[in-house]
Write a protein that binds this ligand. Sequence first.
Ligand SMILES: *Cc1c(COP(=O)(O)O)cnc(C)c1O
Length: 371
Amino acid sequence: MAPTPRPGILDIEPYVGGEASLPGFDRPARLASNENALGPSDKARQAYLQMADDLPRYPDGSASALRAAIASAHGLDADRIVCGAGSDELIALLVRAYAGPGDEVLYSRHGFLMYPIAATTAGATPVAAPETTELKADVDALLARVTERTKLVFLANPNNPTGTYLDKAELERLHNGLPEGTLLVIDAAYAEYVDEPAYSPGADLVDAGGQVVMTRTFSKIHALAALRLGWLYGPREVVDVMNRVRGPFNVAKPALAAGEAAVLDREHVARSLEHNNRWRDWFRQQVGGAGLEVLPSAANFVLVRFADPEMAEAAVAHCKRHGVLTRQMAKYGLPDCLRVSIGAEWEMRQAADVFAEFARQQGLGGAEHTA
Ligand SMILES: *Cc1c(COP(=O)(O)O)cnc(C)c1O
């Protein structure tokens, strides 16, 4: 008889990433995984290549050069940064360190799937709070679900897949409403894309001495998803805990080197931001003008919402037949929505054409509709 895993493990549905290939298409438009189509900073690429001569040696387990670079780029205290193999690793370690059987991990209904997966893996109970009708995290609904067993509250800000965010004041209200023993984790994977004055990634809440952690990633605007690199910024006590539970060499040497170069290349970050926001606005206008509903987004993707799940499914299939990979959001409780990442110009033009054609086929009115 096979060994039995702990209770709950076999209830987990494995996370399935976005599709990356499409039979019959050499070069499909890959808009299913929120990657940065411009690619990484050339300096990051060079730093990565240089590591080819240094493969027999262990990486610096304290990631000190990378932490110093992050601290200088973001104006933070390097001693309160912890690096991880993607922010996924840090999310899993936070849950494992702070929650177990009998504890609750609270998140927002359409929040990132890794939160309930990490909670269940640790034997804790994931608790979902409903969102507003605009698919935004609802501070009151979250606070109403906090109990003495709530160890962690996860908030992706902006959230994937909805693209909505809480502004600084709302974030503070959420934080102030939590009891002492509850840790707020602000997952700011898409922070660099937000150009709204009322938005804050959350480092200021950490610096103000709260029970708050901010997580960040190199997978999105820095375009280093393949290397698996993320980091967190938190209170000293949390940093100490994370340094106990993480693997001693949890970040690979090429990732450390590439990440250091990437975070210091502010010009490349600015270029990626400019490209994203320009084509995000263009795509919303085109597809909205074709008669489809495209929700507002502060990140590097948008949601297209259809009349029902069947129509969303038909749209995914139509996109695939025309070489465009998107993602239906049923696992996030949004079966009537497709998420479309902002890619290269040719990908956005192709996707806009394909959606417009679908709208015509469905008899959805177009011309006089404005986004
Ligand atoms: C993409 C994404 C991440 C990044 O995960 P990595 O493990 O760093 O690649 C984290 N949180 C959210 C909400 C995301 O969408």
